[in-house]
Design a protein around this ligand. Structure first.
Ligand code: CP3
Length: 320
């Protein structure tokens, strides 16, 4: 989760030279930033350097990244009577495809591509940026569910094109981040999140690509996500992993679920927590160690290294 980013000095150095937008739009720089964590950490897979908001460009609503604020979309959408004008995904987002292709030449680890979940991307389009409570999104959703469904439907179709483009270019798994879906009530999660994730999981089935579904709130929505039969469900840190393992069919892998703030702890504590979890999950094949959400910019590279190294050492010991 945010494998590359501001916690890395090399990334911050690149950001002195380039804006976030220009980093993201340049295939050579996509390759470089994706490779930064691979070069300095003993991770088992690389995460494509991109953003879930690129898809907004297809609807002529590019985001800009404002320092201290976050992503901003200048023309928010608050109603939808007819489909939004759109351009073909490959035409708009060919830079992502090229970045993935360049990575194929250099990367020996599996590459994980990704997109946002339709609800989460819709929330950015409606709010015009990040929001704590998704007030405008929920106001629209309750006032005019048909219109909001139209937006979700169109976003889903183009997201499917986008993920298929990534698969064609060479990613070996995809993760769908429906980060803010956890802010919804249960009934609304069922109405405005699940059908669209289902459409993505089923639409990708023909490609054979493993799909990881993640949302904040997956501690209570995990079985709903599992009902869509993805290859893996990503968990936040509010649940007990072993209990979740008993509840979710073993054919579905679990990913997570360390509290990212563990990375503020002393190295010794990081190691102890990793060892505890790996012991609790020993013998489970379908388990991917990860954080329950992203690394923060002020976390130290040493802490991230200690986390990854502790996993590799426990694994090496277990295979003796
Ligand atoms: O290495 C990786 O993990 C891949 C890169 C990645 C980024 N964004 C790069 C990025 C991934 C997987 C994302 C996903 C993403 N983007 C999500 C879903 C995951 C989650 O965290 O819930 C969301 C909601 C976004 C939207 C977005 N983009 C936000 C909220 C921000 C601001 C973050 C902040 O802390 O201010 C961005 C910008 C962004 N995306 C940065 C990076 C490295 C920071 C940009 C910078 O300052 O250089």
């Amino acid at each position: 989760m945010r494998q590359a980013g501001r916690y890395m000095p090399e990334y911050r150095a690149l950001r002195q030279k380039y804006s976030f937008e220009s980093l993201c739009h340049n295939p050579e720089l996509i390759r470089e930033v994706t490779l930064l964590p691979v070069r300095s950490l003993s991770v088992d897979a690389a995460i494509l350097f991109a953003d879930i908001l690129h898809i907004c460009e297809v609807f002529n609503r590019p985001f800009s990244f404002v320092e201290g604020v976050g992503p901003v979309i200048s023309e928010p959408i608050r109603e939808m009577k007819q489909p939004l004008p759109e351009r073909p995904v490959e035409e708009c987002l060919g830079f992502v495809k090229k970045g993935i292709e360049l990575l194929q030449e250099e990367l020996s680890l599996p590459l994980i591509g990704f997109s946002g979940g339709p609800f989460t991307v819709a929330s950015y389009l409606v709010e015009g940026g990040s929001s704590r409570d998704l007030k405008a999104t929920k106001q629209w959703m309750f006032r005019d569910p048909e219109g909001f469904h139209r937006l979700l439907d169109q976003l889903t179709q183009r997201t499917l094109d986008y993920l298929k483009m990534q698969v064609q270019a060479g990613v070996q798994a995809v993760q769908i981040f429906d980060s803010w879906a956890g802010l919804l009530g249960y009934a609304q999660f069922r109405d405005f999140v699940l059908p669209y994730l289902k459409c993505l999981v089923e639409g990708l089935r023909e490609t054979g690509i493993p799909v990881i579904l993640f949302c904040r709130g997956s501690s209570y929505f995990a079985h709903e996500l599992a009902s869509l039969h993805p290859a893996c469900v990503g968990l936040d840190w509010h649940c007990d992993l072993t209990e979740m393992r008993r509840k979710i069919p073993r054919i579905i892998a679990l990913q997570g679920n360390f509290d990212p703030y563990l990375l503020y702890a002393p190295t010794k504590v990081i190691r102890e927590e990793v060892t505890k979890t790996l012991e609790a999950m020993s013998g489970e094949e379908g388990y991917i160690v990860n954080l329950g959400h992203g690394i923060s910019p002020d976390m130290s590279v040493e802490a991230v290294k200690a986390f990854v190294d502790a996993v590799q050492e426990s694994r090496a010991l277990a295979s003796l």
